[in-house]
Design a protein around this ligand. Sequence first.
Ligand code: AMP
Ligand code: GLY
Length: 427
Amino acid sequence: MNVLVLGSGGREHAISWKLTQSPNLNKLFVAPGNAGTSEVAQNLNIGVNDFEAIKSAVIKHDINLVIVGPEDPLVNGIVDFFLADETVKHIPVIGPQAEAAQLEGSKEYSKRFMQRNNVPTAAYESFTKDTLEDGYKYLETQKPPYVLKADGLAAGKGVVILDDLNAAKEELRAMLADAKFGDASSKVVIEEFMSGIELSVFVITDGKDYVILPEAKDYKQIGEGDTGLNTGGMGAISPVPFADKAFMDRVEKEVVIPTIDGFKKENLPYKGFVFIGLMNENGVPRVVEYNVRMGDPETEVVLPRLKSDLLEIMQAVGENRLGEITVEFEDETAATVIMVSGGYPEAYEKGKEIFGLDKTEGSLIFHAGTKEQNGKVLSNGGRVIAVTSRGKDLNDALKQCYKNTAIIDWQDKYFRSDLGFDLQEYL
Ligand code: AMP
Ligand code: GLY
């Protein structure tokens, strides 16, 4: 069959890499893709939100399945768009419809869903410009640290955590009255702070059955020792050493099952990935957030641990028969180190030639922000390359990654060399 993957990051390169191992794959397309995806697929120069152009490409290239990488097209209704069109409605698009995509598109929607379905999460209230004074009063009743979340999509920047009450009030005012995050902060969720250690659990569902994929932990901050600004993710590991069987059993029973049951009860058609951001507080899981897609860079460690055929899983999801197939994983550890442009996540330069990609050994090299120009591979974003390695344990896998991050080179490259620093006590 012919498949189209939407997106242009390390996640989409990893998905494409895994799909090409399937005997059922005929032709693979990625829109818009990057220099890495062009090595395993045909890139199409189409934006992920240009639904008409995507539809035309699907017809032209006789595509039988579409896999959506990022959240934007899902929140914008790409699944609904396909379902409403007579010519393409029979082609499965892997991802939820727009209503369920609000689980990521609106913090308030997702908190309400959790409350209705008894999914454990932090207590919260939400406020708008008209209720700003109530928001101040609510903050006064809360204990620090104060967690403020812009309701809408804010490119991963919409969560602010502050220790000082006045600073929290000022932040609330800036979000609501000054539209600090534009429309995304026209509503703000103020949430109880949850302590503990974070991890992400990934679920694939056809709306009826589900499979829990390997869990992962990502490293969000730019600086070593988890310091500095938040990024899209500086690396990830899977499995997570503190996610033992007892904890994962609780996650399934208390979080995954009520979530999937919630989709059914509330009539929310959902064929796709559910990314559950969790806090583990002394073995008790609580949900930080839902995303309606796979994580990036988590995909770069989750898929290398998947033994089964990803295309077969995606087909089963599209045809509502996920319950009929067996999905298997490798026990070994996978780690990914993200190499970024110097200056990221603030200002950085693009267009730097990347050297050494053909000299690496023993790792999977996924491209994130790259493009090809005159036979050269150039940096084309903040996150540039994901180096994934598998090993018998975390340190083994990381050691292999760091051999190759030394070989791949461009002007002003940067990566964190301390991944896993916080997990040594669990090994
Ligand atoms: P979110 O976009 O909701 O995942 O939030 C971004 C990050 O902020 C999370 O990954 C957590 O590290 C942190 N965070 C969000 N909500 C809370 C909370 N209620 N308590 C503690 N940390 C939080
Ligand atoms: N790594 C976090 C995310 O994909 O949102």
